[in-house]
Design a protein around this ligand. Structure first.
Ligand SMILES: Cc1cc2nc3c(=O)[nH]c(=O)nc-3n(C[C@H](O)[C@H](O)[C@H](O)COP(=O)(O)OP(=O)(O)OC[C@H]3O[C@@H](n4cnc5c(N)ncnc54)[C@H](O)[C@@H]3O)c2cc1C
Length: 387
């Protein structure tokens, strides 16, 4: 197995690193974290200018048709600079592009994909409901009722990242009342400006410049043609699309860890105590050594998952492990990075506090680490430990 970077991939990574250094420097990211709930339009435009939203689109819709491995090369640098920005662009490239490309009709693809590629259409994915995100099949009660040439949607969603900034909400609803839960769901493209939608901010400690609000749908009417995929088969179609999301979320942890490690490493070299740099203290070296091992392990597993996904080979075990070790590693890096910075570890002046706060979000989103372990052992052939 060889998943080392080719010459072109090294160039891609270098250019993205350069872009992020210039457009997502620490001061600007800190400003966003304190002042906005979504990346400003001028930053979005810069992503448009480098063709970022075209990267994963199929060629027939004006895209570059990059595979998952290449997409992760670009994503790594964004995740390292700002997990909020990675989430903000990811809800459109990861959800919008993939749901429409994989589930859409030719008409839907022709209508929406070029707009996504041009950065003119933002999406979010509304699955989770207030009564439970892990047992989503048991909890999901938002309904879509067919009435003449419309669907009427009623219900409530929570923690929907970028919903306040999206043009379309990819919304999962119950359409079959008599079928078993896994055969009862359908996916819809809901225009965010539809009458009857209320968006409510949910204040949180993590990812301040990409909010995850709640949404209420009250008799929201959408056109009949906004059904995405097959009525009643939404659960299975959606799972196939959401599985690679774990790879992107693992990359967020990798990015956070890399940033925390580098900042802590540099700080340890320059900070003086007892007549020399604190980097000479063995315990701080051990903190850094653990961070480095976690980073290397998670990065390898994440790229391996992306590589397997591109090869059309099974990757669910690897991507689940990658999400788990990367999120735990990111939390560890934020905590011990903050230890190394002493009091400055919790000050706004340094990004370390942001790494620590943002890392929390990865512990349970998009799937909790407890559930990840349940699934890993099920993949290994053990009896399903939950129901
Ligand atoms: C900031 C943020 C952004 C998000 N973005 C989105 C989004 O864009 N779209 C979207 O649809 N959703 C989104 N989510 C929702 C996310 O996917 C859920 O939070 C997640 O699935 C967990 O669900 P829950 O929070 O309801 O926790 P619960 O399901 O209530 O779980 C609570 C605890 O119980 C544990 N638990 C539950 N069942 C089991 C079991 N069988 N075995 C062991 N432990 C178990 C969990 O691991 C967890 O520790 C987001 C969440 C957050 C916080």
């Amino acid at each position: 197995m060889d998943f080392s970077f080719s010459k072109e991939q090294k160039m891609m990574s270098k250019e993205m690193k350069h872009f992020c250094k210039k457009e997502l420097n620490d001061e600007y990211v800190q400003w966003m974290d304190e002042n906005v709930d979504f990346p400003p339009d001028e930053l979005w435009q810069k992503f448009i200018d480098i063709g970022f939203f075209k990267a994963a689109l199929p060629e027939e819709y004006g895209g570059d048709a990059l595979g998952y491995f290449d997409q992760m090369i670009l994503y790594e640098e964004i995740c390292k600079a700002s997990m909020s920005v990675a989430l903000a662009v990811g809800t459109t490239t990861g959800f919008g592009t993939r749901f429409i490309d994989e589930m859409g009709t030719v008409e839907q693809k022709e209508k929406y994909l070029p707009l996504i590629g041009d950065g003119k259409l933002k999406t979010c994915m509304a699955l989770t409901e207030p009564t439970g995100g892990t047992d989503i099949l048991g909890a999901l009660s938002t309904t879509a009722e067919e009435k003449d040439d419309r669907w009427i949607i009623n219900g409530e969603k929570v923690f929907i990242t970028a919903s306040h900034a999206s043009d379309y909400m990819i919304t999962i609803c119950k359409t079959e009342t008599d079928a078993k839960p896994s055969k009862s769901l359908s996916v819809f493209l809901v225009p965010s400006n539809s009458k009857g939608i209320t968006i409510t901010r949910i204040p949180k400690i993590s990812c301040h410049h990409c909010d995850s609000p709640g949404i209420t749908f009250s008799n929201v009417e959408i056109p009949h043609e906004n059904l995405l995929g097959t009525k009643g088969n939404g659960w299975y179609e959606m799972l196939a699309i959401l599985n690679p999301e774990r790879i992107s979320c693992a990359m967020m942890g990798v990015g956070l860890m890399a940033a925390a490690y580098e900042d802590a490493f540099d700080y340890a070299k320059q900070r003086q105590a007892f007549g020399g740099p604190i980097s000479r203290f063995q315990i701080l070296q051990h903190y850094l050594a653990d961070m480095y091992i976690n980073l290397e392990n998670s990065r390898n597993l994440t790229f391996k998952s992306a590589w397997l996904c591109d090869q059309g080979k099974p990757y669910h075990l690897e991507s689940t492990m990658a999400k788990l070790v990367a999120s735990e590693g990111a939390l560890h890096a934020g905590k011990f990075g903050a230890e190394i910075l002493g009091g400055y570890g919790i000050c706004s002046e340094y990004p370390m506090q942001r790494y620590l706060r943002d890392a929390y979000q990865l512990q349970f989103s998009p799937i909790s680490n407890e559930m990840s372990k349940n699934m890993m052992m099920q993949f290994q052939g053990f009896p399903k430990s939950w129901s």
